[in-house]
Design a protein around this ligand. Structure first.
Ligand code: BTN
Length: 256
C-alpha cells in the first residue's frame, strides 16, 4: 500500500547541526513519519556517493542546503529514486534560475558542466517496510574560493553561475514541491512517463565515458538507461548495464 505523498513542507525537522541528515533519518526511521524532511544548517560528516565525504555550505549563512526526505513503503523500484530526485531538483533549479539544468547519470545536477547538487539515496528495511532516504545537497551561495580551497574544481553554486544570491528557503520549498509532483507521477503511472523527462536532461547519452565501479575503470559509450535506472553502455559491439548504487561515470577527458 502506497502512502500519501503530499505535504513534505509540513513535516520539516530543522536542525542547526547533525552528523548527516541521511544518518539522522536512518537512525530515527522507526519513529519518523513517511515524508519527513530532515533539514540541517551544518553536517559534521556529510556523506557523498561511493563512500566519499560531502562538504555542505552552511545553511545558517545561506550558503547551501542539506536535507533528506524519508520515504516509507514504496515497494520495489528503490533503484529509481536517485533518478526521480534528480528530475525534481533539476526542475526546481531551472525554475528558480532560468538556467539550463542537466543531469549526469545517475543524479549529479549540472549547469554549464559544473556540479550544483549531489544526491545520495540509501535504502534500508525497517519493520518489513522499505525506507528510502533521499539525501540532497545543493550549492546555493558559496563563492568560487570555497570550492577551490576544498579542491573541488567541478563544483559551483547558483550564485557563482548567475551572479546573484538565492534564498535557501525558496530552494528547499521548490525542490520539495517538485519532488511531490514527481513521486505522484511515479506512484500512479510508474517510471515510463518520467523516463523521457530524465533522458532529455541526461548529459551522458551517446558520449564516451569512463565507468567507475568495483575499483575498476572501463571505457565505454553510454547509450541510454534501462527501466530500473541502470546505465546502458556499449563496448566492443556488446552491451552491459551498471547500477546506480555501485557505479559512477566521468567523461573520457574530464568530469562530463
Ligand atoms: C554525491 O554527489 O556524492 C552525493 C552527495 C549527497 C549530499 C547530501 S547533503 C544531505 C544528505 N546528507 C548527507 O550526508 N548526504 C546527503
Amino acid at each position: 500500500m502506497q502512502k500519501n505523498l503530499f505535504g513534505f513542507d509540513n513535516k520539516i525537522l530543522h536542525f542547526e547541526e547533525v552528523s548527516s541528515t541521511n544518518t539522522y533519518a536512518k537512525e530515527h526511521r522507526d519513529s519518523l513519519e513517511h515524508g519527513t524532511v530532515i533539514l540541517a544548517d551544518r553536517q559534521t560528516t556529510g556523506k557523498g556517493r561511493q563512500g566519499k565525504e560531502w562538504l555542505s555550505g552552511d545553511g545558517n549563512k545561506g550558503l547551501g542546503v542539506s536535507m533528506s526526505v524519508l520515504l516509507k513503503a514504496q515497494g520495489s523500484g528503490a533503484s529509481l529514486y536517485p533518478l526521480l530526485c534528480a528530475i525534481a531538483v533539476a526542475e526546481a533549479l531551472e525554475e528558480l534560475s532560468g538556467g539550463c539544468v542537466m543531469i549526469k547519470w545517475p543524479n549529479d545536477i549540472l549547469i554549464d558542466g559544473k556540479k550544483l547538487c549531489g544526491i545520495l539515496c540509501e535504502s534500508v528495511i525497517s519493520a518489513g517496510e522499505i525506507c528510502v532516504i533521499c539525501g540532497i545537497g545543493i550549492n546555493v551561495n558559496q563563492t568560487e574560493g570555497e570550492f577551490l580551497k576544498d579542491n573541488l574544481p567541478y563544483a559551483a553554486s547558483l550564485r557563482m553561475l548567475f551572479g546573484r544570491e538565492f534564498s535557501c528557503h525558496e530552494v528547499v520549498h521548490l525542490v520539495l514541491r517538485k519532488l511531490e509532483q514527481v513521486l505522484q507521477i511515479y506512484q500512479y503511472k510508474g517510471f515510463a512517463p518520467l523516463k523521457q523527462t530524465y533522458l532529455n536532461r541526461l548529459v551522458n547519452t551517446s558520449k564516451d565515458v569512463r565507468v567507475i565501479y568495483h575499483n575498476r575503470t572501463v571505457l565505454a559509450k553510454a547509450c541510454g538507461i534501462a527501466d530500473d535506472g541502470s546505465l546502458i553502455c556499449e563496448k566492443d559491439g556488446g552491451q552491459f548495464t551498471v547500477n546506480s548504487g555501485e557505479a559512477s561515470v566521468r567523461g573520457v577527458y574530464g568530469y562530463v
